[in-house]
Design a protein around this ligand. Structure first.
Ligand code: ZN
Length: 119
């Protein structure tokens, strides 16, 4: 939970990168700036879950991959090392995130996986 100035006590979407969060707060992120990372997690060959991360195309994606697969502890460690730093200090009010994406015309209903935006 988080206290949003506009929405009060509300849910958080943690999978928004720091750079994208800042750009959105400044109202500078445009539709073409939004990129996603698709993560799939397996344990001993068994599918556990998938997750979508929202990033800033120009600031984040030169350093990151479009898709990540975690199948073992090594993959997990690599993901934590390479990707997590970009999300540290990120996160967004779920409602503000949806409103912003709607405003710039980014379609959240047509993503590679459920974005976890449950309201
Ligand atoms: Zn809000």
């Amino acid at each position: 939970m988080l206290m949003c100035a506009k929405h009060g006590e509300t849910g958080v979407i943690p999978t928004v990168s720091k750079n994208l969060s800042v750009a959105m707060q400044k109202n500078e992120a445009k539709k073409q700036d939004i990129a996603t990372i698709y993560l799939r997690v397996y344990d001993e060959g068994e599918f556990l879950f998938d997750q979508l991360f929202f990033t800033h195309k120009e600031m984040d994606m030169p350093h990151l991959k479009d898709e990540y697969l975690i199948e073992n502890d090594d993959d997990d460690a690599l993901f934590s090392r390479d990707v997590n730093p970009f999300f540290s200090g990120g996160a967004y009010c779920v409602k503000c995130f949806k409103e912003y994406m709607e405003k710039i015309g980014f379609d959240l209903n047509n993503l590679r996986t459920s974005s976890g935006l449950t309201i």
